[in-house]
Design a protein around this ligand. Structure first.
Ligand code: TXA
Ligand code: MG
Length: 321
């Protein structure tokens, strides 16, 4: 496995790998991405293979400069321009009508493409040196927890990537918010690191819900996702069983009198931003303990709480069937 600290020399090597059609896992402010040259279909196919990801699930193109967007979408829209001005680089992905040069494998044959400019110096330097957009999903196996540290990538995909660039822990910790422009309206496809409230402050109310119910195309619209290997459920007293080793993920304090085998707190000060940053890393740590069950306290679906609850609902759904 080729796990290296990100610096200018290793970033240049990583750019060479991508330009030659290889795979590099790299840090962004949200989660680690599994990147390939977004204009090279064969390279992009390796992402699906490595992740065991279904081919109907399209990828995000990551760009290094706002001016690159027009190569991949020629849409003109005032609200979209405002959002780019205000929130790029940052945890906001835009789904827009695509231009010819975007390969079908990136968009899974859709006429739209997802684009984002990440707010992370390593990612931006890497993309700039490649001179091509980097197609990248989160660097986890399909359906598993998302990686917020290089070691998470190494554990699940270490033998599948040509290089992992270690840029430390991701500062946001949940994936980008995805919105789509559709018939002049803006829809929220996936809550994420930028809150719906912050978007609405800029451009007014946006829509939620499925645009085309026959064709789920964002993970928020698939029934389950992001799950740890250990069963995970929302806290309910009926699950407490002293014979079982139970790990508990609290929001900020422990109000339950029970001998948990392990406890973690998303944010002792009750800060949603800190809670989002810790979400996946704490689930990774709890997963490592091999408990019989992990319970999690639900939190209020406001601001970043919406993205956190979205991930937790998808993760617990796997164990409700
Ligand atoms: O923060 C993030 O967004 C991270 C980092 C690496 O940038 N990436 C990420 O990628 O979360 P991924 O592939 O795990 O999730 C992106 C989702 C896809 O699952 C897909 O459903 C949706 O974006 N998506 C991509 N292209 C789309 C399109 N044309 N229409 C609708 N949804 C799309
Ligand atoms: Mg993902």
């Amino acid at each position: 496995m080729n796990l290296v600290k990100a610096n200018s020399a290793s970033i240049s090597r990583a750019a060479e790998i991508i330009k030659n059609g290889g795979l590099v896992a790299f840090p962004t402010e949200t989660v680690y991405g599994l990147g390939a040259d977004g204009l090279n279909s064969i390279a992009v196919a390796k992402i699906f293979e490595a992740k065991k990801r279904p081919a109907f699930n399209p990828l995000i193109l990551h760009i290094a400069d706002k001016s690159w967007l027009k190569k991949f979408s020629d849409i003109k829209n005032e609200k979209i321009d405002r959002l780019i001005e205000k929130f790029w680089p940052g945890p906001l992905t835009l789904v827009l009508p695509k231009t010819e040069i975007v390969p079908d494998i990136v968009t899974s044959g859709n006429t739209t493409v997802a684009v984002r400019m990440p707010n992370h110096s390593v990612a931006l330097q890497l993309i700039k040196e490649c001179g091509t957009p980097i197609a990248a999903p989160s660097a986890n196996k399909f359906g598993h927890l998302s990686p917020t540290e290089a070691s998470h990538v190494a554990k699940y995909l270490g033998d599948k990537v040509d290089m992992i660039l270690d840029g430390g822990k991701c500062s946001v910790g949940v994936e980008s918010t995805i919105i789509q422009l559709h018939e002049n309206e803006i829809y929220l496809l996936r809550p994420g690191g930028l809150s719906k409230e912050d978007i609405e402050k800029e451009i007014g109310e946006i829509k939620t819900g499925v645009i085309n119910p026959d064709k789920p195309n964002a993970p928020g619209q698939l029934p389950f996702h992001y799950s740890p290997q250990t069963p995970l459920k929302f806290f309910n007293k009926k699950f407490l069983d002293e014979k079982k080793k139970i790990g508990m993920l609290f929001f900020k304090e422990n109000k339950i009198d029970f001998p948990f085998a392990g406890t973690k707190f998303l944010s002792l000060s009750g800060d949603l931003r800190e809670a989002a940053t810790n979400l996946f890393s704490m689930l990774h740590e709890l997963e490592k303990e091999n408990f019989d069950l992990i319970l999690v306290e639900p939190i209020e679906e406001k601001g970043l709480g919406r993205a956190i609850m979205d991930r937790l609902k998808k993760a617990t759904n796997k164990y409700n069937v």
